[in-house]
Design a protein around this ligand. Structure first.
Ligand code: ZN
Length: 395
């Protein structure tokens, strides 16, 4: 069955169910006239034709989404690897470094959208397995030879039909999680295997071939960024996950800036700022409404928390926690061998677009202060490197 037929059939089934329900409710009645019959294929063709414009629009959206997922996966990888050394055992996982979707991922969409998604992600050809949609550069998945379009059909000899199977296998030590930015296959780390993630065998269909690849996942910080659809340049951390808005992805000038933002949010989680904040009675009243807005000045008019419009929650950290996150994140960048010389410019540009920027802010250190400190942290890192000292934040 081709994807088009599969989509159509699902859609038709739903339509039949609705008609059936209506008939049950109102009883059967036959028509008085002999109405000309129509060919299903012609109806489908017309359906596609009537939705042609919407399909093109949707395709554009899907491609932008794909690019964003790939970008965030690529830039966050070295950050999460470099952050691992700062993690407690409950803050790290091991990751293969590929993004995948289930064949069942699109069933909630209309048929024309399903067609686009199937074309864009290489799904819709079969009903079983998980399709690899991206392989991160330098990841164990890439080294093991996994390719985009590979269909994972078994894991350690256990058949995988869909996401539920992954969850079931999770109980045996492998964890499946689904993120807003894509799905990741993670190997749950227990203290026992903390420093030595086991090798996993993935059975893969590639075209007409079936192959088994052995992969040893990479241990790293478990805070894979979730992309939030919002024009406001923003990023936040809630202790469990980190979030980056599409507005922030557009605002950053280069990968290094995006990596700095990711590292900053990872640092909040690693340092358990949320927990520490909760135990601080002075800011206790703010917990739960907290807001970690890197771009505070740009969004202050939207500080009305009821207008947040999502369930992610926002967090206000104390200024000192912000300074700590800025400090640690620069070291994470340096450990990942990402240039830190120009990160300071981020704060200048932030002030440029935010109109007026005060030197005082209730929640965050000011942009001028963060600019100056960024230069100081960079200098400290350079000095340690020059004399061969380890890249350890000073205590
Ligand atoms: Zn922050």
């Amino acid at each position: 069955m081709n994807p088009r037929d599969a989509s159509l059939n699902k859609w038709k089934t739903m339509a039949y169910v609705r008609v059936f329900l209506v008939l049950v409710m109102f009883g059967c009645s036959s028509t008085s006239y002999k109405i000309p019959s129509v060919n299903e294929k012609d109806v489908w063709k017309e359906y596609i034709s009537q939705n042609a414009k919407r399909m093109e629009e949707f395709r554009k959206t899907v491609r932008i989404y794909k690019d964003r997922v790939r970008k965030i996966a690529d830039v966050s990888w070295p950050i999460l690897v470099a952050s691992e050394r700062f993690c407690d055992s409950d803050q790290a996982d091991a990751n293969f470094g590929f993004v995948f979707v289930s064949e069942k991922s699109w069933t909630k969409y209309e048929p024309y959208k399903q067609m686009v998604l199937n074309e864009e992600f290489g799904t819709g050809k079969k009903s079983e397995g998980m399709v690899v949609t991206y392989v991160i550069d330098g990841s164990p998945a890439q080294k093991a030879g996994i390719q985009i379009g590979d269909r994972i059909i078994a894991l350690n000899g256990k058949r995988i039909k869909n996401g539920k199977d992954f969850k079931r296998i999770a109980e045996n030590g492998l964890l499946y999680i689904s993120h807003g930015g894509g799905a990741y296959l993670l190997n749950k780390i227990t203290p026992r295997v903390k420093d030595n993630p086991p090798t996993v065998k993935l059975k893969i269909e590639r075209g007409n071939d079936v192959l088994v690849l052995s992969i040893r996942p990479r241990r790293m910080a478990k805070y894979h960024p979730i992309i939030v659809s919002s024009e406001k340049p923003n990023a936040f951390a809630n202790g469990r996950d980190i979030f980056v808005t599409t507005g922030m992805m557009d605002f950053v000038k280069n990968d290094e800036e995006l990596q700095f933002i990711i590292a900053h949010e990872v640092a909040h989680n690693i340092e358990r700022h949320i927990d520490k904040q909760k135990s601080n009675s002075l800011v206790g009243s703010l917990a739960g409404y907290a807001l970690d807005v890197l771009a505070y000045n740009m969004t202050r008019t939207n500080l009305n928390l009821s207008s947040a419009g999502n369930t992610i929650g926002h967090y206000i950290y104390s200024k000192d926690f912000e300074r700590e996150a800025d400090y640690l994140s620069m070291y994470i960048l340096a450990i990942a061998k990402i240039p830190t010389d120009n990160i300071s410019n981020f704060w200048r540009r932030l002030s440029d677009v935010s109109g007026t920027t005060g030197i005082y802010s209730i929640t965050h250190p000011s942009n001028p202060e963060r600019f100056v400190r960024s230069i100081a942290i960079n200098k400290e890192i350079k000095e340690k490197q020059a004399v061969g000292l380890p890249l350890k934040p000073s205590k």
